[in-house]
Design a protein around this ligand. Structure first.
Ligand SMILES: Nc1ncnc2c1ncn2[C@@H]1O[C@H](COP(=O)(O)OP(=O)(O)OP(=O)(O)O)[C@@H](O)[C@H]1O
Ligand SMILES: [Mg+2]
Length: 312
């Protein structure tokens, strides 16, 4: 489902004071579920009346939510308010200058838009929407926030974006992944890829030979990444993009695991079988799982520095 970037509609109307107010709500949400109006006003260096008036507008634009049945008047940031703060930060840092209202990616857990940098470069802006549809994938991130007492969607979605940015920083010098450009809160900016997801191809779009070549290059690329010490953990035809010149890129990295975590082996195994199965089903490309797995298992062990089998 295509989601409108609601924050973008309010954005041109927002004043510096509105951003201070939004920031006041954001910061105080660490301590309150509903942030008291007085605290917001104090943070924004304005009087309660003015703050209340602006918060009414922010509420109409769906950037905050208000509650008055809790013994006081309190506010919460919505995901759109969080988006607005993020857009402002990217713009202030000179990372993006404009955003297109057309959504390019409709992922389960992210909304991806095209944006333009001040230099005129087209980039992809990915907002994390973790937890929007279900919490199934959240278990993949549990390790990262297990010992934190306060877990909010603000915190988790920020962490998820940070992880993806880190993965792209680690991998882009050595592998075919989008080049990362910036990270703020729950969003990342990366190189825009002109291409099509393997999942969007129709059976007739590729011959069996072409499909086999593509599978080989995905496997070669992934092997390199595993040797480097990283497992994707959500590899599928949805996360491989075929570019116009028939090159491939592997996208969607927030749930990556370093190979030093023993559980990464299970995820790697699943990644490989998902890939092989989808190529078998759609393009009749037959590859023996065990042959492929042998190479990957060796790379996985090597990357952990505990590969001592001299016979191979
Ligand atoms: N750098 C990029 N350039 C162009 N399009 C992109 C880029 N990154 C992502 N997209 C598009 O947005 C879609 C969603 O992105 P991504 O897979 O990273 O997020 P996701 O929400 O986790 O997806 P899902 O949960 O469906 O796997 C991609 O399938 C792709 O079509
Ligand atoms: Mg995806």
């Amino acid at each position: 489902m295509v989601s409108k970037l609601i924050a973008l509609e309010a954005y041109p109307h927002l004043k510096d004071l509105d951003f201070r107010i939004l920031r006041g709500v954001e910061l105080n949400m660490r301590h309150h579920q509903w942030v008291p109006l007085e605290d917001i006003a104090r943070f924004a260096r304005t009087d309660v009346e003015t703050a209340s008036h602006r918060l009414g507008k922010l509420d109409n634009w769906e950037l905050v939510r208000r509650r008055s049945d809790i013994g006081y008047i309190g506010y919460q940031l919505t995901i759109h308010g969080y988006d607005a703060l993020t857009i402002r930060a990217f713009s202030k840092k000179g990372i993006i200058e404009a955003i297109s209202t057309t959504q390019i990616g409709v992922g389960k857990e992210a909304d991806v838009y095209v944006a333009i940098t001040p230099q005129g470069e087209k980039v992809a802006l990915k907002f994390n929407r973790i937890g929007r549809t279900s919490f199934t994938r959240i278990k993949l991130y549990r390790r990262d926030f297990m010992d934190k007492r306060h877990i909010s969607w603000l915190y988790i979605s920020r962490l998820v974006a940070q992880k993806e940015y880190e993965a792209l920083q680690l991998l882009s010098p050595i592998a075919k992944v989008p080049r990362p450009i910036g990270w703020n809160r729950h969003a990342i900016v990366m190189e825009f890829i002109n291409g099509v997801e393997l999942a969007d191809l129709r059976e007739g779009d590729l011959s069996q030979n072409e499909a086999e070549e593509i599978l080989d290059s995905v496997l070669d690329e992934y092997l390199k990444i595993v040797k480097f010490g990283i497992v994707h953990s959500d590899m599928s035809e949805f996360n491989v993009v075929l570019t116009e010149d028939h090159d491939i890129l592997i996208i969607d990295w927030p749930q990556y695991l370093p190979t030093v975590y023993p559980e990464s082996l299970e995820y790697l195994k699943r990644d490989i079988s998902v890939l092989l199965n989808s190529f078998r089903k759609r393009w009749k490309v037959e590859k023996d799982f065990n042959d492929v797995w042998e190479r990957f298992y060796k790379a996985w062990k090597e990357s952990r520095g505990d590969y001592h089998d001299n016979q191979v």
